[in-house]
Write a new protein. Structure first.
Length: 179
C-alpha cells in the first residue's frame, strides 16, 4: 500500500542538509554511479534542481518527498524526448524509512505528473539488477520489465548492468485502483 503520509514538493536550496543526510550514506547510493556525496556535490545537485524549474521548456522536475513533514527522499522526472514524449523517473530514499512505502509513493507521484501534467507517452526507469527492492517498487507501480542493458555504468564495485522497466500512458490510465 502506498503511504498516504508522503507528500511531494519542489526542492529548495535550504533542503541541502536534509538531502545530504541520505545522499552521503554509502548504503543509499550503493547501486548508483555517483556518491556517497560530499556536501558540495549535494549542494550542486540541489542548486541544479532548483535552477531546472526556470528552464523553458522545463525538462527536469525534482521533488522532495516528505514523510510526516520531514524530507526523507527525492524523486526526479526527466523528459528525455519532447518529440517522442519519453521520460525517465528516479528516486532516492533515506535508508531509515526503507520499507515504509516512500519509494512507491514517490514513483506513483512522478508517473502521475509525467503522464497527466507533462503529457508523456512512455516513462521508464532503470535499476541495478542487485537492487531487488527498487525492482519491486517499479513492479508495484505497474512498470513492465523490458530487459537488461549490460555494463551501463562504472560504479565502485565494477561495471553495473541496468534492468529497464517502463509503463505507457494507456497502461497508466487503466491501472487497477485508479483514483
Amino acid at each position: 500500500m502506498i503511504n498516504p503520509l508522503v507528500t511531494m514538493r519542489d526542492l529548495v536550496v535550504g533542503d541541502c542538509p536534509a538531502v545530504h543526510a541520505f545522499a552521503s550514506l554509502p548504503e543509499a547510493c550503493r547501486y548508483q554511479a555517483w556518491g556517497p556525496n560530499t556536501e558540495e556535490q549535494t549542494r550542486d545537485f540541489v542548486r541544479g534542481a532548483v535552477d531546472a524549474r526556470a528552464q523553458s521548456p522545463q525538462t527536469r522536475f525534482v521533488y522532495g518527498a516528505c514523510l510526516d513533514g520531514e524530507l526523507v527522499g527525492i524523486g526526479e522526472l526527466k523528459v528525455r524526448s519532447l518529440a517522442h514524449r519519453q521520460g525517465e523517473i528516479s528516486y532516492l530514499v533515506h535508508p531509515r524509512v526503507w520499507g515504509k512505502g516512500v519509494g512507491t509513493a514517490i514513483g506513483r507521484e512522478l508517473l502521475g505528473r509525467g503522464f497527466e501534467l507533462t503529457g508523456l507517452h512512455r516513462i521508464y526507469a532503470t535499476c541495478d539488477p542487485r537492487n531487488v527492492a527498487s525492482a519491486r517498487v517499479l513492479g508495484k507501480l505497474g512498470m513492465i520489465h523490458e530487459g537488461r542493458h549490460r555494463h551501463t555504468a562504472r560504479i565502485r564495485d565494477g561495471w553495473r548492468d541496468s534492468d529497464v522497466f517502463s509503463i505507457l500512458d494507456e497502461e497508466w490510465a487503466r491501472r487497477p485502483g485508479r483514483e
